[in-house]
Design a protein around this ligand. Structure first.
Ligand SMILES: [Zn+2]
Length: 104
């Protein structure tokens, strides 16, 4: 069988290993990179002001991600999450100190 015109396929490679997926371009969601498992995902820290969009099944069985400029709404959500995380840490430190004092 000869190759039909227009049956172009694109091969994407996993970010973390040699696995590939070969698909028609229309089946591939444009991402910065792709990975076969979560472990093979991005190791780079997100630059400030960016949010990482996760795309499930971006290319066949691979998921993908893209770092995009955060909207003001995203930036607020990130700040809120960070504040909550900081508060959570502070609270557990206080609890530990209280437990230690109680056990003395
Ligand atoms: Zn992989």
């Amino acid at each position: 069988m000869g190759k039909r015109k227009g049956a172009v396929k694109v091969t994407v490679q996993c970010h973390g290993c040699d696995k590939t997926q070969t698909l028609r371009p229309s089946k591939i969601e444009r991402c910065d990179a792709y990975a076969c498992t979560w472990e093979h995902g991005p190791r780079e820290e997100l630059a400030p002001g960016l949010v990482r969009e996760i795309v499930y099944n971006a290319a066949g069985g691979f998921w993908g991600w893209r770092d995009v400029l955060a909207t003001e709404e995203d930036a607020q959500a990130v700040r809120r999450a960070r504040e909550i995380a900081v508060l959570g840490v502070a609270e557990s430190v206080v609890h530990d100190a209280a437990r230690r004092m109680a056990s003395d």
